[in-house]
Design a protein around this ligand. Structure first.
Ligand SMILES: Cc1cc2nc3c(=O)[nH]c(=O)nc-3n(C[C@H](O)[C@H](O)[C@H](O)COP(=O)(O)OP(=O)(O)OC[C@H]3O[C@@H](n4cnc5c(N)ncnc54)[C@H](O)[C@@H]3O)c2cc1C
Length: 423
């Protein structure tokens, strides 16, 4: 059958949570499409623990967390197709239906139709070619996630003397993983003056193993043509320009790159979804509906999350919203509020709130653009202060989650601004 109420693209934690919530909200005819051979997404390769503390009040490994959701999907008899790559999503001109073209060995190339689509494609890592580092791309240079997959899923041994560029969570986790594999991690170099990873990962993955974290440092040259021989690391100034005199050579056979994640939005862009350049995810409203009616987005494809628990919670909201859209047959009209960013706030999700659609509590999630201590988070509409919350410390690696009461939304004008106020 090629016609469905709801199609969910991606069978990672986001796609599974969205599907479960949509089913619970009354959608029977739904389908998850996943290009990989398993449900679970990136979690399948994250064999460390630290997942699920919020959702299950337990510390699980990535595969355990994924398995719990996959079991629920199976119990609810939600259909899913593996080894199925979605090639395009397009809203039909003459109706509200969306055409979803897929390729798989079972179907060949085929177009399916749905009233609503949830985009849950996750993200990929920034590769060597996207980094401005002189030198070749010799054997021994990997993105941290690729190295994680090779070691954890394929049992490969990839190197003995390691340098890691970027202190995002994947880089930190891999510093520990490589050490446990018997390698020596000489340093983790980070361009920014702060780490972009969670504090707990710095302590548990670097400090506990005496691995140095070089803040305000970067790799300026990669040596070796066929095989990696070493890298030069230099300190950077406040404009992030390398300081030549500080250049130091690190002989190594492995360089792991953990330099950011890019939401996989090629499908979304081709389908006419407007993308927010600050997140590289879709512009969404409070229902996580994108600029294309009936197309919703959640999880890492919407914005990069630090905790999978937040992915599951957010994606369940996308599932409920898609169900509401399908059952009501249209987008709701009425008062909308544009959510703007002010001092210290890099982006917000959502960017727009439809007051009629909003529940009693509306989540506003955001990341700050630097480290702020003893500050207040403020939301204002014109001169009216809608919310003020004190915070001892805000760091870019930790997403902030605010809850706005419906009464606050009613008090707001057509715009509200979220900003940081220093004492
Ligand atoms: C190394 C690493 C360590 C982490 N550590 C932790 C931790 O300790 N604790 C924690 O809570 N969180 C952690 N996270 C974060 C957490 O894993 C992610 O936030 C979460 O997996 C994101 O879920 P997602 O479903 O949005 O994306 P993904 O898990 O990436 O799933 C997206 C799915 O979509 C599929 N897909 C993409 N494009 C298509 C297409 N065109 N057609 C069909 N299918 C498609 C992909 O194959 C994939 O299965 C970690 C992440 C990484 C990478």
């Amino acid at each position: 059958m090629n016609d469905h109420s709801l199609i969910i693209i991606g069978g990672g934690p986001a796609g599974m949570a969205a599907a479960l919530a949509a089913k619970k909200a009354g959608i029977e005819d739904l389908l998850i499409l996943e290009r990989d051979s398993h449900l679970g997404g990136i979690l399948n390769q994250c064999i460390h623990n630290g997942f699920g503390l919020h959702t299950f009040k337990e510390e699980l490994t990535g595969p355990e967390y994924a398995e719990r959701y996959a079991n629920m999907v199976k119990q609810e008899q939600i259909p899913y197709e593996l080894d199925t790559m979605v090639l395009s999503v397009e809203k039909l001109k003459d109706s509200n239906k969306k055409a979803v073209t897929v390729i798989s060995s079972k179907r060949g190339v085929q177009t399916l139709y749905a009233e609503a689509v949830i985009l849950a494609m996750g993200c990929r890592e920034r590769p060597r070619g996207a980094l401005n580092i002189p030198g070749y791309r010799p054997q021994g240079v990997y993105t941290a996630g690729t190295a994680q997959k090779l070691i954890n899923l394929e049992g490969a041994k990839i190197g003995k003397e390691v340098v890691i560029l970027g202190s995002g969570d994947i880089g930190l986790i891999m510093a520990r993983r490589m050490t446990l594999e018997g390698a020596h991690v000489a340093a983790v170099a980070e361009l920014m003056p702060y780490s972009s990873g969670l504090k707990r990962n710095i302590v548990q993955c670097l400090d506990d193993y005496n691995i140095p974290l070089l803040l305000s440092h970067t790799v300026v040259d990669i040596k070796g043509k066929e095989k990696l021989e070493g890298v030069y690391i230099a300190k950077v100034d406040e404009k992030k320009q390398p300081i030549e005199e500080t250049k130091e050579y690190y002989p190594c056979d492995t360089l792991l790159l953990s330099c950011g994640l890019i939401p996989e939005n090629e499908l979304s862009l081709d389908g006419g979804v407007e993308i927010d350049p600050r997140t590289n995810g879709a512009y969404v409203d409070e229902s996580l509906e994108t600029s294309v009616e009936g197309v919703f987005s959640c999880g890492n494809v919407l914005h990069v999350h630090d905790l999978v628990d937040f992915v599951s919670e957010e994606s369940a909201r996308a599932g409920e919203s898609a169900a509401r859209y399908i059952l009501s047959g249209k987008r709701s009209q009425g008062k909308t509020i544009e959510v703007k960013t002010g001092y210290g706030v890099r982006y917000t999700v959502p960017c727009r709130i439809n007051v009629e659609n909003a529940g009693e509590l509306t989540h506003i999630r955001f990341r700050v653009s630097g480290v702020y201590k003893n500050v207040s988070i403020v939301i204002k509409s014109g001169d009216k202060e809608l919310l003020r919350k004190k915070s001892m410390i805000l760091v870019p690696s930790e997403m902030v989650d605010l809850l706005l009461k419906k009464s606050m939304l009613k008090e707001s004008g057509e715009e509200m601004t979220v900003f940081i106020e220093e004492a």
